[in-house]
Write a protein that binds this ligand. Structure first.
Ligand SMILES: Nc1nc2c(ncn2[C@@H]2O[C@H](COP(=O)(O)OP(=O)(O)OP(=O)(O)O)[C@@H](O)[C@H]2O)c(=O)[nH]1
Length: 570
């Protein structure tokens, strides 16, 4: 895997890990903030809802208490058959009717079990007695149960089948001087209007309900959940908060909170809260006990509705974009500072390994890699000049070796190899140009005797002299070489028969006269041959050799020439 891919993968993985860690931290933190915020809001909402309910009921409850404390009503309740007291009491009751919010009242007397009622339309004017309460009737059980319980005040959501209305009833006991219960007075509030105005706060995500001591639902925006006539129902048949929660755990949690608040007996500001699940959604439940009415107020906050997760999406988007930009920037910088220079460096190394020193300028970031690239360029430059130097030297040495390999070490003339090459070149040229050339084959006469008489060193010196004298007789472009031993070969090109013979004679005479001048008996025999354009090497050497042989045979110190046409010796 390339460094680029590795760094990109590593950076992506680190980014992913950072994103995951941040996401988890964000989720925990946001949940924590939401929960803290939710608890605060739940407590505020519970207080607010409780205050709203109490505020709307306070005046009605106060009026109902005043009504129960009315001397006229109390006296009549004690003597229900007294028509004067009844008339006074009914006047009093009618004045209270005008003051109650829904302009209705009821009075139920314990002694004769008469139930009186009049409504906002004054429908029962003069006919306030509506019916007689019957302990045997289930619909009337509320009256007997409340007297039995002896609670001076009670709220009751109850359908009155006789009257055909369902109301939130405020019930207050009438007590006589001896504190004995004489009956009950109160007013009924229109349940639907009350639910609409007070219970349903009209805000998505916030639900308010009121339950009694036993958890039976008394007020809830959905009437189907309300436990009507709760007072007379046996336990187990009531609509309790159990209906709202699916999980047994949540039910226990709610009942536990009710119990705890009940135990604290309406301690000022006591509120409990906990998370519960309703319809599969997490809610924060805030609970307060309202000792004034003996109910609990429960506020349920659907946090996902109040603060939907989408609320945080812009934050998440900004975070992700920042993370992505950081990754891109990081990779860009690593590419610029590390990857690009390293790749260029590697390419330069490969280039130099292949012997190509023509480097492009390397990128040099302001860091260690940049310094490395600069050092590498210096090194490459040094290597380049020393290599060029070395190549120059090798070339010179090779040329020198090439030259030495073709030079006769003793005489300084070309050697047998040089002569072979010159002959091949000349034959080629002759064929190409369809022209001939001349060849002379020289052999020092009686050289063995010179060696024997004067010593080998003298013999060497004489060979050098012969070479020197030979060279002096030639044109600059003629080629002379030592064939081996005391034999020399000369190539003459261009050449004709006359030139060949004249040159051979000049050589022979010059060597003889130079030798005499030195007091040396040196002479050479020369065989010459004028080669045609299409002769091969063997033939022309053979021709020259035969001519030389004839020169020797004829007494030495002579020239014999043969040519392709004549094949005879001159
Ligand atoms: N000093 C010396 N002698 C050499 C060298 N190379 C060959 N010789 C000798 O040269 C002599 C050549 O003799 P030949 O050419 O056979 O005979 P020659 O005595 O010259 O007689 P002809 O050629 O018939 O005139 C031999 O004795 C070789 O030993 C050399 O480099 N230096």
């Amino acid at each position: 895997m390339s460094l680029n891919t590795r760094i990109l993968t590593l950076a992506s993985m680190l980014t992913l890990i950072a994103a995951l860690a941040s996401w988890l931290a964000y989720r925990e933190l946001s949940r924590d903030i939401m929960e803290r915020w939710g608890q605060e809001v739940a407590e505020i909402q519970v207080r607010y809802d409780s205050a709203r309910l109490l505020q709307s009921l306070e005046r009605e409850i106060g009026l109902a208490r005043q009504m129960a404390d009315s001397l006229a009503i109390q006296q009549w309740a004690d003597n229900p058959d007294d028509p004067v007291l009844q008339a006074t009491a009914i006047r009093q009751m009618e004045s209270f009717r005008n003051n109650f919010r829904d302009n209705n009242y009821f009075v139920a007397l314990r002694k004769n079990l008469h139930y009186y009622f009049n409504n906002a339309d004054n429908e029962f004017d003069g006919d306030q007695f509506r019916y007689q309460l019957d302990p045997a009737k289930a619909e009337d059980a509320w009256f007997f149960r409340l007297i039995e319980e002896g609670r001076d005040f009670h709220l009751n959501v109850n359908p009155d089948t006789e009257l055909g209305v369902t109301k939130l009833w405020i019930d207050v006991l009438i007590r006589g001087n001896g504190r004995d219960v004489l009956g009950m007075v109160g007013t009924g509030l229109d349940l639907d209007a009350f639910l609409r105005d007070i219970v349903d706060v009209g805000k998505d995500g916030i639900t308010t309900l009121f339950v009694d001591f036993n958890g039976a639902i008394q007020l809830y925006r959905d009437r189907n959940y309300i436990d009507f006539a709760s007072i007379i129902k046996p336990e187990g048949q009531k609509n309790t908060i159990d209906l709202l929660f699916e999980a047994e755990d949540d039910k226990q949690k709610m009942l536990g909170m009710l119990q705890m608040l009940k135990n604290r007996g309406g301690e000022e500001g006591a509120i409990a809260s906990s998370f519960v699940t309703i319809d599969g959604r997490r809610h924060l439940a805030g609970v307060a006990y309202l000792p004034a009415i003996g109910w609990f107020e429960i506020t349920l906050l659907d946090l996902d509705t109040l603060i939907p997760p989408s609320f945080f999406w812009p934050l998440v988007a900004v975070f992700l974009i920042t993370l992505l930009l950081t990754l891109v920037l990081f990779h860009g910088l690593v590419r610029r500072w590390v990857l690009k220079p390293v790749v260029a460096l590697e390419q330069a190394v490969n280039q130099i390994r292949e012997g190509n020193f023509a480097l492009h300028e390397l990128p040099k970031p302001d860091n260690e890699i940049g310094q490395l690239s600069a050092h590498f360029e210096d090194m490459a430059s040094t290597l380049r000049s020393s290599t060029e130097n070395l190549q120059e030297q090798v070339s010179q040495r090779t040329d020198e070796l090439h030259r030495l390999a073709r030079v006769d070490a003793l005489t300084g003339l070309g050697n047998r190899r040089a002569l072979d090459e010159a002959l091949a070149t000349e034959l080629e040229r002759a064929r190409r140009q369809n022209s001939g050339f001349g060849i002379l084959w020289l052999d020092v006469d009686q050289f063995k005797a010179i060696n024997d008489e004067r010593g080998h060193q003298t013999g060497d010196a004489i060979l050098c002299d012969v070479a020197h004298w030979l060279k002096a007789c030639l044109r600059p472009y003629d080629i002379a070489g030592r064939w081996g031993g005391d034999e020399f070969v000369v190539l003459l090109s261009p050449c004709d028969l006359q030139t060949l013979e004249h040159t051979a004679q000049r050589i022979r005479v010059n060597i003889e006269s130079q030798g005499k001048a030195l007091g040396l008996p040196v002479s050479v025999s020369i065989g010459g041959h004028l080669a045609g354009a299409h002769e091969n090497l063997d033939d022309l050497l053979k021709q020259a050799d035969q001519a030389l042989y004839q020169a020797k045979q004829n007494g030495r110190n002579q020239v014999r020439i043969s040519s392709e046409q004549s094949s005879t010796c001159a």
